[in-house]
Design a binder for this molecule. Sequence first.
Ligand SMILES: Nc1ncnc2c1ncn2[C@@H]1O[C@H](COP(=O)(O)OP(=O)(O)O)[C@@H](O)[C@H]1O
Ligand SMILES: [Mg+2]
Length: 255
Amino acid sequence: MHPEPPKLQAHDLTRTFGTTHALGPLDLTVTPGEFVCVVGPSGCGKSTLLRIAAGLTRPSTGTLEIRTSSPRPAAMIFQDYGIHDWKTVLANVRFGLDIQKVPRKEANTRARDWLTRMGLADFADAYPSALSGGMRQRVAIARALAVEPEILLMDEPFAALDAQLRTILQDELLALTQSTHTTTLFITHSLEEAIVLGDRVLVMSARPGRVIAERRPPFPRPRTGGIRSTPEFNALKGELWDLLRGEVHQEAIPA
Ligand SMILES: Nc1ncnc2c1ncn2[C@@H]1O[C@H](COP(=O)(O)OP(=O)(O)O)[C@@H](O)[C@H]1O
Ligand SMILES: [Mg+2]
């Protein structure tokens, strides 16, 4: 039996902006169904990596390949939600389906279905400005998942939320991705988030970001947020923090 080819594969990837060497060289492989988390100091090139994966930025050298069996695309969720305030919640969730030219009736059904799953059924006709930060982020997640993407690219999607809401959404995303087996590349500042969600956690160096370590959280799936209170969880968090500390310190020194 042949193993399935990776969904995402980067080889010797670098990106430079003018004289700023932002990223790499970096190698990365994400296998089908895998949830890979990336942590690293701010400014190390995490968003650049995700933007390259989403096709929004070109590599300077090297390659990043995404293998999807079209027409199912990759979907990206940004830190700042990226939802449109002039569209209703339903229209926001339907957005990707409209682009795919899914017939309106089916698109509405699928969008409503995702709103229900995200606990937003009653807000279909509301405008995003009427929603809380956590609800807006759930709209963004519903919109991304409604297209049933083969790869989900998430750039610090919960960074703007308070700790309690963040924990709730982590647990929701955990349950969701474990039921859909969606291949996910997830950027976060939070070690806790990376350990809860990831099959693998990659630690990046200070700029230019390279992968300096990789850990597999030792929690079988399906797992729940309950793992947060285990000794193994805290041990891994401590270990990852030790790895990051030197990099964060470098970052803190003014250039
Ligand atoms: N479009 C751009 N033009 C110029 N510099 C950029 C651009 N995008 C990112 N950078 C620089 O590249 C580096 C990495 O940025 P980014 O990928 O956003 O880091 P992170 O997401 O890890 O905080 C930073 O020094 C940032 O200022
Ligand atoms: Mg970023």
